[in-house]
Design a protein around this ligand. Structure first.
Ligand code: TIU
Length: 224
């Protein structure tokens, strides 16, 4: 029997045990959240992704106090681009945000460059795992699954950007591996609010086909 429950989750209450639950903060990097980054250069308005920063901060405060594991992810590629599929680079170039090309925060979406760093407001606390991933999902070509197994994690609480891309890909990969996932609807964001709304709806339809959704405050109240 789970020791905690987010009562107002949809499609029904989300039960979890703090000892086997991780909060995953997905790709809150300068490249997605700061002016001149990959996200903005793709043609997007970054206002919606910046708006969730304080909400994620509050979630992290509550989760750290309750002893939950926090895992951060970053999307990016090796400087020699050996882990970047040419098809991915080609589409980014066509859109004016070429992966590996020079930008105001260094080479776009490249590990070690300022644009690749997590935004200062959400800097990980020492000891919190940071998973570097070449794809949209956190499982593909990373040690993410090994970390979940090492810590005995069974449930994931997902925050970050963007809801329909990296959050959803990670959610779907996790769901297929048996993890119970809660997506925080106001601690995730897409550049286009319609994409966000559709992505949130998809999680909880068909009886929660990919998992659960809730407002952050419902989780925070549960953790306190
Ligand atoms: N982190 C993540 O979602 N990567 C993306 O490329 N998202 C877009 O919405 N483009």
């Amino acid at each position: 029997v789970p020791s905690m429950q987010v009562e107002n989750a949809l499609p029904y209450p989300f039960g979890f045990d703090p000892a086997s639950t991780a909060v995953v903060v997905i790709d809150m990097q300068n490249d997605f959240c700061a002016p001149g980054g990959f996200g903005q250069r793709l043609g997007n308005d970054i206002a919606a992704v910046r708006a969730i920063i304080p909400t994620i901060s509050r979630v992290l405060d509550a989760a750290r106090s309750a002893g939950l594991l926090i895992i951060h992810t970053r999307e990016g590629h090796l400087p020699d681009l050996s882990d970047c599929p040419p098809s991915k680079q080609e589409r980014s170039r066509r859109q004016g945000a070429g992966i590996g090309d020079a930008g105001p925060m260094g080479r776009i979406l490249i590990r070690g460059e300022p644009g690749h760093e997590i935004i200062p407001e959400l800097t990980p606390i020492p000891g919190e795992p940071v998973v570097d991933k070449p794809g949209k999902g956190a499982f593909y070509q990373t040690n993410f699954h090994d970390i979940l197994i090492e810590y005995g994690i069974e449930s994931l609480i997902l925050c970050g950007v963007t809801t329909h891309v990296c959050v959803h890909t990670t959610l779907r990969e996790a769901n297929d591996r048996g993890y119970r996932c809660l997506v925080l609807e106001d601690a995730t964001a897409a550049f286009d609010p319609d994409d966000h709304a559709a992505a949130i709806h998809m999680v909880r339809q068909q009886g929660g086909i990919f998992g659960w959704t809730s407002a952050s405050i419902s989780l925070i109240h549960t953790l306190r």
